[in-house]
Structures are given as C-alpha cells and as structure tokens.
Design a protein around this ligand. Structure first.
Ligand code: NOJ
Length: 568
C-alpha cells in the first residue's frame, strides 16, 4: 500500500519494559528535519501541528491523569511522527468544570499537570527537537474561582470589580428574570443570579458556556491590559504561539438586547446568536495581539503564531480573522463539519481556498479535535477516516491533528453515564454532543488498561479505556507498517520532501461522481473515492502513497491516493 520513504523506526523495547521506555527524549531520532525549501516563508503557513489533550496524553505520576512531564516523555514520538509542533490544551490552575477552559490563574500550572519548572523543561525539549510549542489561551471567559470574579461577587453592583464582567439587574418585578433571553452554549440560560454579600437575591452575570465560566467584559480596558501581560508571560518563557479559544467571542452587543432566535441558539450549539458572537470590535484585539507577536519576532527572528477557534457562519466571514495584520490562522471548521460526501467536500475546500487565500493567508485544515466525534466513528469506518486524513494532508495550507487519530482511535461511545464528565451532559441531561468519547486516555503499549498511559500500579485512568484500545496502542501501530500511524508518518514526510505539497495551487480535475481529484502544483495528483464501488484511477501507474491497498489503475472505495505525474 505504501512506498516507504521514511527510515524505519528504532527497535521497540523488550516486552515488560515500562511504556515510558518506548520512546524517550534521548532516543535516537531517525531523520533530521530537512532545511525548509524557502527559508523566508513563515513556518506556520503549511505547518502540521499535533494537538495534545494533556489530561489524556501520558500520565507520569500515576494519578490516572496526563501531565506535562508525560508530554515531555512522548515528544520524541511526535518528532518521529513528523509534525512541526504541538498545541497543548489548557493546563492552568482551574477547578476543571470544563477541563481547564475555566481558568483560575492564567500564569501558572495546575499541580495536577505539574509545575512551572516542568513547563520550562518542556519548552527546552521542544526547542532541542525542533518542535514548535503552542499554548491554549482562553480570553472570552475565566473561572468563577478567578480572583477577579471572587472580588466582583464581594463588591457592590456598579463597582469597578463588577465592570470586568457582564453584571446586570434582572427583569421582572423583583429582578427575578434574566436580563435577556440568551442561551448558553452548553444548555440553559446564559445568565445566573448571584446572592449579594448582604444575603439578598442580587444581580445576574453572563456566561456563554457554564455558570462556572463568567464572560469577561472586553469593553473594560483592564481586560485587554491583563491579557497582554498573560501573553508576554508565556512568550517570555519561550512559547511559539497561542491557540485562541472562542476567538469569535469576547465582545457582545453593547446593549445586550434579546437574541432574535433563542431556540436556534439552543438547538445548534453553534455560535449563531448574532448579538453574542462575531462582533466587529474583536478584530482590534487580534490586531493588537499580532503586534505583540511581531514585536517578539523583531527581537529574535522567530515567527510566533496565533491560531483562532473562530466559529463563524461562512468561509468568507472567517477570512476576516486572518487578514494580514490579524490572526495567522483560524481553524477551518467547515471541513470538519462536512459529511462523507464528495460534493460537500468539494464545495467547502473550494470556498476555503478561494476566500481564505484571498487574504494572503493559508487555510488551516482540521478533521478532529477534543470537541468532536472522532473521524473513524463520524465517517463510519477506519478506511474513510484514513482517506479523509490523507486528503486533508494534501490540501494547500496548514493542518492540525488530534492525538490518537494517527492510531485510528474510534470514538468511545459507550461510556456509562456515571463516568461522563462533560458539562454538556450535566447541563442538558442528554448525551447528544458530549465530548468525553474523544478524550479517553491514549493507549501506548501492552494488552491491558491502562495500556502504558501511566506507570505500573497507577490509579484508574480518569475515563475508562475500552478493551478495544488494545488493538490501537502506539506500540502495535509502530510495529505494523499498514497502520494509520505509518500512513500519517509517510504523508508528513512527503510534505517536507515535495514542494507541491506546500501552500501552492490546487486545480480540480474532472472525475466520475463520488470521486474528487485535483492536481497540486506541477505533477502531484490526488484523488479520493467517496463511493462504495471501485472507480478508475485518474492516472495509470502505482500511487506514491495511498490510504489503503490501491492497485495500479483502480481507486478502491474509501481510499485516497497520491500519484506523481510529471506531465499534468
Ligand atoms: C472551545 C473549546 O474547544 C471547548 O473545549 C470549550 O469547552 C469551549 N471552547 C469553552 O471554553
């Protein structure tokens, strides 16, 4: 299936060795990173970044929860896979009501995940291995245990402490109704009422997610000033950039009027309330953050990266977030939301390439993350998931991978109710849209839980791993040259070798229904068969790489293949 272009992995450790010995920081690496083809092109434009959900990646201390030393121990695995960098989900001190997206201290490490010293060592190791390090930052809301919010609760209505959030009097005779009809993303009203310090029922505060995540008021000048300090704190410690949570949030309509369609807001769990999301003022913030990044680049020549989680209705609207002086990247979620359907993929790829590249930026592709059902399950088969991944990795621009997709992990959709931690479940009472199933700790080695996730004798993993994870361990994947791990690795390696796979052009080629095909630059041809029967391959000859067995002349169902064709 694969014409191997990557040197073989070093030998696996002998049976019985702790999983942490599989790949250590000092293990020899099989290849050096080749010099970039065009040194002046910023690295992020076609980078592939691997998302590490820290609590589920690798546990070093045996408490059943992943941590920063665990991430450190696995960096060589990521280097060998061939990614350019790592994005870490939040590890800051937090009561964990939304697994770290409720930040109580933006400049620290939660003891559950390690210490600042562990973080500094991680930065050092990333630097040694040539991996970029991107942190998550959460500016739309903080934790209800953040000192600012505690101070606001203790202060009086109208105080400067309350002005950092959205506090308002309720409607109704006694203020017993929320100030407006907005719905929270994770269910229920977007407002909660507090008890004033004197014990009387008091004002309401806005939270677009859970009540434990009060929204910050970005019209208050103290808020941007504080976040600038946060960015500088981590930039000074050596990070390469930030993933920005809820990047289309921050500002709300200044009058906080009723939403025109609260039912739609509730139904879709997408950012559809036009008064709560995507307000024009947010772009000013991204301009100022970009300026901070440029300032650091001017000092040491290293390009910093801002990647936004900007959920907006259209690719054209998203393009506004990556204008030349704003964010470098914004996840293109329209591909992630596309069903397994050639026409749908065609439309969203086309729109992305047209609208996003018109800004001078590149598209940032993604198929999996910690909020979505894994592709193996979402698309209905491991073959389709592999084909979609290989298609994504051939598109012009940057891409993000989510931990475990290279192991072909399925969604764990049979977790019992009592272990579910997602606030969506607890606030809505149903399992629709819950995210624990893609967050189950990774299987690294062995045949029994915790599959090398933690050291011998560890506490049970924070979510139970299913028996089927035995088939998906990294140890097995490394040893099996037909595993998805090797497909990803070959694809990433080829992205470094073939100039056509950089940001360049994409030209569609006419195909039968259910097949998509396009040429990248000069001489690279890519095709995916979305159908259920074999299709004729668009070119003769053996593919360079394919997501499954692919004899010359035929493109089997649920398969993507890449061919080199000198005269296209
Ligand atoms: C988006 C994050 O990806 C998600 O996990 C989180 O729950 C929300 N933002 C709220 O911060």
């Amino acid at each position: 299936m694969i014409t191997s272009v990557v040197p073989a992995d070093p030998p696996r450790p002998a049976e019985g060795l702790p999983a942490s010995a599989v790949l250590t920081v000092d293990a020899p690496l099989p290849e050096e990173r080749p010099a970039p083809a065009a040194p002046d092109v910023p690295w992020w434009r076609d980078a592939v970044i691997y998302q590490v959900y820290v609590r589920s990646f690798q546990d070093s201390d045996g408490d059943g929860i992943g941590d920063l030393p665990g991430v450190r121990a696995r960096l060589p695995y990521l280097k060998r896979l061939g990614v350019d960098g790592v994005w870490l989900n939040p590890f800051y001190p937090s009561p964990q009501h939304d697994h770290g997206y409720d930040v109580a201290d933006y400049k620290g490490v939660d003891p559950m995940f390690g210490t600042l010293e562990d973080f500094d060592l991680l930065v050092e190791d990333c630097r040694k291995l040539g991996l970029r390090l991107v942190l998550d930052t959460v500016p739309n809301h903080c934790s209800a245990e953040h000192p600012w919010f505690l101070e606001a609760l203790a202060a009086a209505p109208g105080s400067t402490s309350r002005a950092r959030f959205h506090f308002a009097d309720g409607r109704g005779a006694d203020g017993e109704l929320p100030p407006n009809n907005w719905r929270a993303m994770f269910g229920g009203p977007a407002w909660s009422r507090i008890t004033e310090p004197d014990g009387t029922p008091g004002q309401w505060y806005l939270h677009m997610f859970t009540p434990e995540q009060p929204d910050l008021n970005w019209r208050n000048p103290e808020v941007p000033v504080e976040f600038e300090k946060v960015l500088r704190f981590w930039l000074d410690r050596g990070v390469d950039g930030f993933r920005i949570d809820v990047a289309a949030g921050l500002f709300k309509h200044p009058e906080l009027p009723d939403s025109p369609d609260p039912e739609a807001d509730e139904r879709t769990r997408d950012s559809v309330n036009p008064l709560a999301w995507n307000q024009p003022e947010v772009h000013e913030v991204w301009r100022s953050w970009r300026a901070i990044c440029e300032e650091y680049t001017a000092l040491d020549g290293r390009q910093r990266l801002l990647v936004g989680e900007a959920s907006v209705p259209t690719p054209a609207e998203q393009a506004k977030y990556v204008r030349g002086d704003e964010l470098h990247q914004a996840f293109f979620f329209h591909l992630l939301h596309a069903p397994w359907d050639a026409e749908h993929f065609h439309q969203v790829i086309d729109a992305a390439v047209r609208d996003i590249t018109a800004t001078g930026s590149t598209v940032t592709w993604v198929l999996n993350n910690h909020d979505q059902v894994r592709t193996t399950t979402r698309f209905g088969s491991p073959e389709r998931a592999r084909a979609a991944a290989l298609l994504m990795l051939s598109l012009p621009g940057a891409a993000y991978l989510y931990q475990g997709e290279e192991l072909g992990l399925p969604e764990v959709d049979d977790l019992p109710d009592e272990v579910i931690t997602d606030p969506i479940f607890h606030r809505t009472g149903n399992r629709k849209g819950i995210r624990d199933g893609c967050r189950v700790p990774l299987p690294w080695a062995g045949t029994e839980a915790p599959y090398g996730f933690g050291p011998e004798g560890s506490a049970p993993t924070w979510l139970p791993q299913p028996a089927s994870f035995a088939r998906h361990t990294a140890e097995r994947a490394l040893a099996d040259h037909t595993s998805p791990y090797h497909l990803y690795r070959e694809a990433l390696h080829l992205r470094r070798l073939l100039p056509q796979l950089g940001e360049g052009t994409l030209r569609w080629i006419e195909t039968p229904p259910n097949v998509l095909a396009f040429a990248r630059g000069d001489g690279l041809l890519v095709a995916t068969n979305f159908g259920t029967v074999p299709a004729p391959a668009p070119v003769t000859g053996q593919p360079l790489l394919s997501s499954g067995p692919c004899p010359a002349g035929v493109l089997p169902p649920a398969t993507t293949a890449w061919w080199i064709q000198p005269r296209l």
